[in-house]
Design a protein around this ligand. Structure first.
Ligand code: ADP
Ligand code: MG
Length: 344
């Protein structure tokens, strides 16, 4: 079985690491030189995602194709899908790549998101009622780790914006953030990991803890909504739904990641089956495994120069697992690695 993976980041890297144990051979297609996943894959091609000649080689070589990053052009995914199976299917990505169609899809299932408005230029922004603020202006496409987002506290501020496709989201006071990782297999079997609690700093994930310290009722609700979303999408593979919880215990879906997710890295050490293995098993049609929590755990992202503390350390303390993504330049805010601590 040869699995093609579009994207070469750390999510792809951890998929390749798990694939070795499952005797799945991996082929990475990435547009970036020196990317983490190519250090662990069996084969790779570095080319642009619209280089159809290079894509043809990749398509011919692989039995099934997945992706580790959601911003692969829809046209590319669809082109591949005409020739080989792609999981999750491209039309799913088409909904999720645009924050507006993503939120409409969620609301159509009667699942709440925070209030939002569609905005395209300064004039439209100036027509928004003052009581909608503070708000966050988010570009509809290509945002991640808070990129493409601007907080607008009030229209009294300088509110000249560049023409673009945006959504303006009401900024809510967060009590906490959680995420739920769910896997769906080709035989329709479905499993969710326990909700994970996430802390963001400067809009970038800082730490994840499992299980989340929320009531059973909220856990059940988050899992139920996640499973409704994955089933409606007829999705195969791992999906991560991010949620906001406000101070009144109102739960909202924030966004859908059609892939393995940063908050799920702790499943490597704290579950009988990691999110990466679950994804591979579902996409490659291996037998389903029900994820079971072995121990509580906390993951910390190592951003920028944080990585050096661990790279230099010869002895890492007991029950602490260090993962290096082997990226050369420790740019500020860049995800360079993570550590997972098993909690008693
Ligand atoms: P990205 O695609 O960059 O992950 P998100 O929409 O998930 O974008 O935003 C990143 C983080 O910014 C969230 O996890 C949350 O901490 C904060 N944030 C985003 N939107 C809101 C909001 N409407 N109210 C409060 N905090 C928000
Ligand atoms: Mg997010």
């Amino acid at each position: 079985m040869k699995l093609g993976i579009l994207g070469g980041g750390q999510l792809g890297m951890m998929m390749c690491q798990e694939a070795k144990d499952l005797k799945i051979s991996t082929f990475i297609f990435t547009d970036t030189e020196d990317s983490p996943a190519t250090k662990f894959s069996d084969e790779h091609i570095i080319a642009q995602y619209d280089d159809y000649e290079k894509l043809e080689k990749f398509i011919q070589a692989c039995d099934v194709i997945t992706y580790e990053f959601e911003n692969i052009p829809y046209k590319t995914l669809n082109h591949i899908f005409k020739k080989k199976p792609v999981y999750p299917e491209p039309q799913i990505n088409n909904i999720i790549q645009d924050r507006l169609s993503e939120k409409k899809f969620i609301n159509e299932l009667n699942i709440p998101t925070v209030p939002y408005l569609q905005i395209e230029d300064t004039n439209q922004l100036l027509l928004v009622e003052e009581k909608f603020f503070p708000a966050i202006l988010k570009t509809r496409r290509l945002g991640y780790d808070g990129k493409g987002q601007t907080v607008i506290n009030s229209l009294k501020e300088d509110t000249n914006i560049e023409k673009n496709y945006y959504i303006l989201e009401k900024r809510i006071e967060l009590k906490t953030e959680i995420s739920v990782i769910t896997v769906r297999y080709q035989d329709n079997s479905l499993f969710s990991y326990k909700p994970i609690e996430n802390i963001h700093k400067d809009q970038i994930l800082y730490s994840s803890t499992s299980p989340a310290s929320i009531s059973n009722e909220l856990q059940t609700k988050a899992i139920k909504w996640s499973q409704e979303i994955i089933e409606t999408l007829n999705y195969v593979g791992v999906i991560c739904i991010e949620f906001f919880l406000d101070k009144y215990d109102n739960l909202f879906v924030n966004e859908i990641a059609p892939r393995v997710h940063n908050s799920g890295h702790l499943t490597i050490e704290s579950y009988n089956v990691s999110q990466f293995q679950s994804h591979l098993r579902a996409v490659c049609d291996l037998s389903p495994i029900d994820p079971k929590l072995k121990s509580k755990a906390q993951m910390l992202n190592l951003l920028g120069e944080d990585i050096y503390r661990y790279r230099d350390q010869t002895k890492i303390e007991k029950d602490l697992y260090f993962h290096d993504y082997f990226k050369k330049e420790a740019k500020k805010g860049r995800k360079m690695g993570h550590v997972t601590k098993i909690l008693a």
